[in-house]
Design a protein around this ligand. Structure first.
Ligand code: FEC
Length: 313
């Protein structure tokens, strides 16, 4: 009898090299090629982060390996073997490739999870839709973890990161309660609100739980990395928020990008380069919490959710 349980670990995906940026961007734009100008702008951003390498790929690889180890170490997994497969949204191996590989390997039962803690029909929902469609086509029995935004181990891991940075502000002479903590996440089109989407509420729940645990002073939530499309996106964007904080004479700001779990373009460029440059112009000290990447607590969070979902059948 096959005692293997497949785990489809889904993540955004990133190009494999500078030559792959156009195909990647075209995929994000649902088959529409970007203009020369748009392509140059995105290429310049990748070049600015770490000179043309793509940290998300290595981070995802490491997370997937580490999750598999964590799952198989758990006493609840005795008698079965969890095997993790990667499925990326916008790059190879695509979500569909991951499902197909499981079936080729003789997997009959699987659980899917996304490396993003908050559910929106436009984010996690679209990963699940694609995986389910491929699984149905291939006859694979798969269930999904939809969100894990207030899992106690996730909150612990995030709160520790916030608290460590607040300690550093204090060591540099700032009052802990005078540091404004900004929780941030990827913006989405405003129309998700009229669809009753849980994304915004889940992000606020995570922010509140982390702020309480880390004993922050004042905190607020802000959006970041809105897409370059014609429709309105959820705001305020972090760049506007920083301008507002400057008017309030806030001098110390800590941004905690709780909507993301890895170092990648949206953190390393949008926060570390773009937002920091604006803050510098205003003489504001802006720091960012470290990304979770393969933090053991994050791996335990994912593992616990996968095992719980598998036990539910
Ligand atoms: O480091 C990397 O190579 C990848 C960084 C990256 C992450 C990421 C996460 C999310 N996105 C979400 C939604 C959208 C929507 C659009 C959109 C567009 C882009 C573009 C790039 C990009 N995203 Fe992304 N996203 C990352 C990168 N994203 C590059 C295209 C250029 C640009 O607009 O900057 C708009 C698509 C459209 O045209 O219709 C919507 C959401 C997340 C967080 C959840 C998740 O990880 O799935 C939501 C990382």
């Amino acid at each position: 009898m096959n005692n293997k349980i497949g785990v489809l670990v889904m993540s955004y995906g990133t190009p494999e090299s500078m030559d792959g940026i156009e195909a990647y961007y075209t995929h994000i734009r649902r088959g529409n090629k970007p203009s020369e100008e748009q392509l140059k702008e995105l290429t310049d951003r990748y070049e600015a982060i770490v000179g043309g390498v793509f940290p998300l790929r290595e981070n995802t690889d490491r997370q997937v390996r580490s999750l598999q180890e964590t799952l198989n170490r758990d006493p609840r997994s005795e008698g079965v073997e969890f095997v993790c497969y990667q499925g990326l949204k916008h790059a190879a191996p695509f979500i569909e490739d991951g499902v197909e590989q499981m079936v080729k390997d003789g997997i009959k039962q699987a659980v899917g999870i996304v490396l993003a803690p908050h559910y929106s029909v436009m984010s996690v929902g679209s990963y699940i839709k694609r995986a389910q469609a491929k699984a149905d086509e291939q006859g694979l029995n798969i269930s999904f973890v939809e969100s894990y935004h207030v899992h106690p181990m996730l909150i612990d891991a995030l709160a520790k990161r916030v608290s460590d940075k607040l300690d550093q502000f204090e060591e540099a002479g700032a009052l802990r309660e005078s540091v404004r903590v900004l929780f941030s996440a990827h913006s989405l089109p405003e129309r998700i609100l009229s669809m009753g989407d849980p994304y915004q509420d889940q992000l606020l729940e995570t922010s509140k739980a982390v702020a309480e645990k880390a004993n922050t002073g004042k905190w607020q939530f802000t959006w970041q990395s809105a897409g370059r499309t014609n429709e309105p996106w959820l705001g305020p964007d972090i760049l506007e928020t920083l301008q507002e904080l400057n008017k309030e004479q806030v001098e110390d700001v800590l941004v905690a990008p709780i909507g993301f779990v890895s170092d990648h373009l949206e953190v390393l460029y949008d926060l570390d380069i773009e937002a920091k440059a604006i803050a510098k112009e205003m003489d504001m000290r802006l720091e960012r919490t470290e990304s979770l990447n393969s933090d053991p607590l994050y791996m335990e969070t994912l593992s616990d959710c996968v095992i719980a979902r598998w036990k539910q059948g």
